[in-house]
Design a protein around this ligand. Structure first.
Ligand code: 6PG
Length: 470
């Protein structure tokens, strides 16, 4: 106990953990990192910036004994069982009042369970989303803590120091009760899936459908990123088109197999939205298309059975590029709208008290879905923190409305040429249904009552009705 020198500990020295620890050290904190593998410890030690106080260890007890009390330890290990395994190993070494933070992409229900488990043992436990990838962790991520207010109080100055900054303000805030931090991060990732799918569809239409090459695509995305579509995902896409493959000399993007991986957060967003009865079709489609992409051989076989033209004609290059820009803007808006509408409901249903103005505020910098649009959403929520759907904000409505015509045209070209644009179509379908004062659901109710006596309501009279349809 004599050597309690370090301010913060971190378990899991993968690249995210290592970078976050080095980031803490850059801000003057004395930090110690643990990994079972000595090689990971060496990797950390090799990157220590002179003048900073960083230590690595592959002995968990050394980590615990080296920390000032109450100890503040962040976990950045793979979600799922590894988190429970670490807690099982760690808790016997801790003292009551110590603070453990799970900074991984844990499922929020696991976090709720762990909060309870750790509380019973006398420890503080907080779930915290961290977004920004490797670079974000090193230079400034967006950080989404939630739950235990006392735990947050102890780590707030450190989190504010290491987080990204927008207009001098840190991209971290306490985001509500229970597992709110991990819930917000899950939905962040759902939106991320949606936007990535939308970008890939726009790319497909322009590239495969219209024959626009990588250099031109780079230039198109460069212009977009300099304008209203400015965002991290558009920015990296711009750069992807130029990257040359060391092995073949071709553009690397053309050499990558079209099978998408996923670690589950997008799927969890869809699953939870289904449980809550919230419509997020853009995100659902994004998850679904990654699943379909995995069936590579089956798709190749099906392409033989159903050959497609996949060439877009009858529209000028200038027009299709303009339509693409507006369609991506439109779809991106809808993807955010769906995710935020889910947060609005989930916050109430799960009693999380998620402050939506703070959520969009801290997403403005550091995270994967950062974009200039977040500033617009922040203004909307500042004006009305109880906004159930950002599409109801008048400024946002004007932005969306002015892009619908070109979005329709762009999707029509995709549909006519047989290029899948499912997330764009789902975004437009969601929009058209959401702004429909009348839906054809009267017919569904009639069918349900016809075959199952499920009853219906009437437009002219209060009450529940059933008819004999035969
Ligand atoms: C982030 C990202 C990150 C996520 C990866 C991979 O915010 O930094 O969301 O947390 O793990 O993007 O996710 P998939 O493997 O599911 O695409």
């Amino acid at each position: 106990m004599a050597n309690q020198l370090f301010d913060f500990g971190l378990i899991g020295l993968g690249v995210m953990g290592r970078n976050l620890l080095l980031n803490m050290a850059d801000h003057g904190f004395a930090v110690i990192g643990y990994n079972r593998s000595p090689q990971k410890v060496t990797e950390l030690e090799n990157e220590i910036v002179p003048g900073t106080m960083v230590k690595g260890t592959s002995d968990l007890k050394t980590l615990v004994d080296s920390l000032k009390t109450p100890r503040k330890i962040t976990l950045l290990v793979q979600a799922g069982k590894p988190v429970d395994d670490v807690l099982t190993e760690l808790t016997p070494l801790l003292d009551k009042g110590d603070i453990i933070i799970d900074g991984g992409n844990s499922h929020y229900t696991d976090t709720l369970r762990r909060v309870q488990y750790m509380q019973e043992k006398g420890f503080h436990f907080m779930g915290m989303g961290v977004s920004g990838g490797e670079e974000g962790a090193r230079r400034g991520p967006s950080i989404m803590p939630g739950g235990d207010p006392e735990a947050y109080h102890h780590v707030k100055p450190m989190l504010e120091a290491v987080s990204a900054k927008v207009n001098g303000e840190p991209c971290v805030a306490h985001l509500g009760k229970g597992a709110a931090g991990h819930y917000v991060k899950m939905v962040h990732n759902g939106i991320e899936y949606g936007i990535m799918q939308l970008i890939s569809e726009v790319y497909d239409v322009l590239h495969r459908g219209y024959g626009i090459n990588n250099d031109e695509l780079h230039e198109i995305f460069r212009q977009w990123n300099d304008g209203e579509l400015q965002s991290f995902l558009v920015e990296i896409t711009r750069d992807i088109f130029l990257k040359v493959d060391d092995k073949s000399g071709n553009r690397l993007v053309d050499m990558i197999l079209d099978k998408a991986g996923s670690k589950g957060t997008g799927k969890w967003t869809s699953q939870d939205a289904m449980d809550l009865g919230i419509s997020i079709p853009t995100i659902d489609v994004a998850v679904s298309m990654r699943n379909l992409s995995a069936l590579k051989q089956e798709r190749v076989n099906a392409a033989g059975v159903y050959p497609a033209i996949n060439k877009i004609t009858g529209v000028s290059k200038e027009d299709i590029i303009q339509q693409a820009r507006e369609a991506l803007f439109f779809g991106t808006m809808i993807s955010y709208a769906q995710g935020l509408a889910l947060l609005f409901v989930a916050s109430k249903e799960y009693d999380m008290e998620i402050p939506l103005p703070q959520v969009v505020k801290i997403w403005r910098g550091g995270c994967i879905i950062r974009s200039t649009l977040l500033e617009i959403f922040y203004q909307a929520y500042t004006g009305n923190p109880r906004l159930s759907n950002i599409l109801l904000d008048s400024h946002i409505a004007a932005l969306v409305k002015s892009r619908t015509d070109n979005t329709r045209k762009f999707i029509s070209s995709a549909v006519l040429s047989g290029i899948p644009a499912s997330a764009l179509a789902a975004s437009l379908g969601y929009f058209d249904a959401y702004r429909s004062a009348v839906m054809p659901t009267n017919l569904i109710q009639a069918q349900r009552d016809f075959f199952g006596a499920h009853t219906y309501q009437r437009i002219d009279e209060e009450g529940i009705f059933h008819s004999n349809w035969q």
